[in-house]
Design a protein around this ligand. Structure first.
Ligand code: GDD
Ligand code: MG
Length: 377
């Protein structure tokens, strides 16, 4: 039996407005809550008991995943009254573990999409006899992560969470947010207060001479801290760039959920997902994007690398490229929202028709209307 703790209690601040109504791990990717992919990958790797460490918006997890039997797992939930931090959450969740002190316990950050070989990670932990084994990956810019230099044997030499100075950036090898702890090591984390596993537990263990093993693996890895990463993850799941048994359909250029309506001449491409009850208008192009349940994309709209929230409406000919539109928002016709643009939930952006004439070079470039009459319709 292998057990796992999933850390899903963070606020997801950087994902707003996507996380206003939905905690980060429940935001849909490829048609199902992101967490479903992690649970499916754990089950496929032979994990049979998972404790979900929840805090922020805790109440939404259990109604959706229940006792886990539908996912081939036994699932339990623990709720923190106050955020206990990553280490405190692991300690708090450990009360539900069933294995003895020498057993390996997987711990996963809840916001990582990864192709890591989970069995391989546990096997490496056993073979090395480590106290903790950490999955490590390489990134171009390591500043937003935990830096983990290792020696030639993979022994962890230091752990520097979110380096502050150039001198601290000694490696591009970072903590990938998946660990195997020997159970007894979890029991050494202080109870009943906030603890950061990255800032306190790992440096403390190293200072006491514990054996932390770094398992470097360059499989698919994406941190979903930002909306563009979430959109990318969804597209990669739909296209099968990374494998998840939880994707509800065949791999391909698009995934259209039951109850969605897509106009015959609309074009869906690059891993786009269209949620249940959503509508895509005639001549619209939706490329590498996430359109959530009940949303509407107007005729001739051009949507790329963007997320359209549940029930949101995108007007005719509007261009979205790298934008996020919150749940229930309304973006009028002929607007243009580019990289980094975020429209808050329920916000209303009027039509842009009165601000541009059809041949104005500043008008949205997507599909310029041919006549002024067209504009006024
Ligand atoms: N239950 C609970 N309680 N969970 C929490 C809490 C808490 O108080 N705080 C954070 N979490 C969960 C988050 O939901 C997330 O799944 C995970 O713990 C990590 O927290 P983040 O807030 O996402 O941390 P980060 O992304 O800045 O950095 C972490 O992940 C990087 C890899 O993506 C660190 O582990 C870095 O070292 C690592 O490189
Ligand atoms: Mg994170």
């Amino acid at each position: 039996m292998t057990e796992a703790i999933l850390l899903v209690g963070g606020q997801g601040t950087r994902l707003r407005p996507v996380t206003v109504h939905t905690p980060k791990p429940m935001v849909p990717a490829a048609g199902v809550p992101f967490l479903a992919h992690q649970l499916a990958r754990l089950a496929a790797a032979g994990v049979d008991h998972v404790v979900m460490a929840t805090c922020h918006l805790a109440e939404v997890f259990e109604p959706h995943f229940g006792d886990g039997s539908a996912h081939g797992l036994s699932l339990e939930y623990v709720v923190e009254d106050e955020p206990l931090g990553t280490g405190g959450a692991i300690r708090h969740a450990a009360r539900r573990l069933r294995g003895g002190p020498d057993r390996p316990v997987l711990v996963l950050n809840g916001d990582i999409l990864s192709g890591v070989d989970i069995r391989g990670l546990v096997a490496a932990h056993r073979e090395r006899g480590a106290d903790v084994t950490l999955h490590l990956t390489r990134v171009e810019d390591p500043r937003a992560f935990g830096l983990v230099p290792t020696d030639a044997d993979g022994r962890v030499l230091a752990f520097t969470e979110k380096p502050q100075t150039p001198e601290e950036i000694v490696t591009d090898q970072v903590n990938a947010g998946a660990y195997v702890f020997t159970r007894s090591v979890i029991d050494t984390i202080p109870e009943g207060r906030a603890v950061s596993v990255e800032r306190e537990t790992f440096p403390g263990l190293l200072a006491r001479g514990a054996y932390l093993h770094g398992h470097a693996e360059d499989s698919y890895w994406l941190d979903l801290g930002r909306p563009e990463a979430l959109v990318q993850a969804s597209a990669d799941l739909v296209r099968g760039v990374v494998d998840s048994p939880a994707v509800p359909g065949e791999r391909g250029e698009s995934l259209v959920l039951p109850g969605a309506e897509v106009a015959a001449d609309a074009l869906l491409a690059a891993g786009t997902v269209v949620g249940a009850g959503a509508r895509i208008g005639a001549g619209a192009l939706v490329h590498g994007s996430v359109v959530l349940d009940g949303a509407e994309v107007g005729e001739g709209a051009d949507v790329r690398r963007s997320l359209v929230g549940a029930g949101a409406r995108i007007g005719r000919r509007t261009v979205l490229d790298g934008a996020v539109v919150g749940d229930g928002a309304r973006v009028g016709a002929d607007n243009e929202l580019r990289t980094g643009a975020r429209v808050w939930c329920e916000a209303v952006l009027p039509d842009a028709v009165l601000r541009f004439s059809p041949d104005d070079p500043a008008a949205p470039t997507g599909r310029r209307p041919q006549t002024t009459e067209g504009l006024q319709q």
